[in-house]
Ligand binder design. Sequence first.
Ligand SMILES: [Zn+2]
Ligand SMILES: [Zn+2]
Length: 145
Amino acid sequence: MMYAVVFTLIGFAIMELSGWFIHKYIMHGPLWSIHKTHHQPSKSFFELNDLFSLLFGSIAIGLILTGAENLDYRFWMGVGISIYGMLYFIIHDVLVHRRLKWFNRPQNKYLLGIFKAHQDHHATNKKNDAVSFGLFVVPKKYFKR
Ligand SMILES: [Zn+2]
Ligand SMILES: [Zn+2]
């Protein structure tokens, strides 16, 4: 039981860490041509940038499938990545960008900080002067009123 929780948390944490790194150095780097579709008003529901979600989703599915037989660490890390992906989708795509109008923005203090930080990330449409690349872990200043 403890084993499952630990590796699920590790999968989740790796996503926030590597997500921050990939967003800052790769998406706002060599793969900007793909990611910029998320920084511009989009004409259709899907953005080229959604390819990144497909990539992370495939990694999660791959881990779950390879670890399924023995329910080993790969399975639980895949579960952690999947939970991250679902929460990312609800917070980033539904609540912040309102791609689906499922519910109104909650007034929860932690979530408001996350929203502010991500809005700050979108304050620019350029490759080089963006700030705040993480989603769940953001500087303390965003939680002050
Ligand atoms: Zn960005
Ligand atoms: Zn965004």
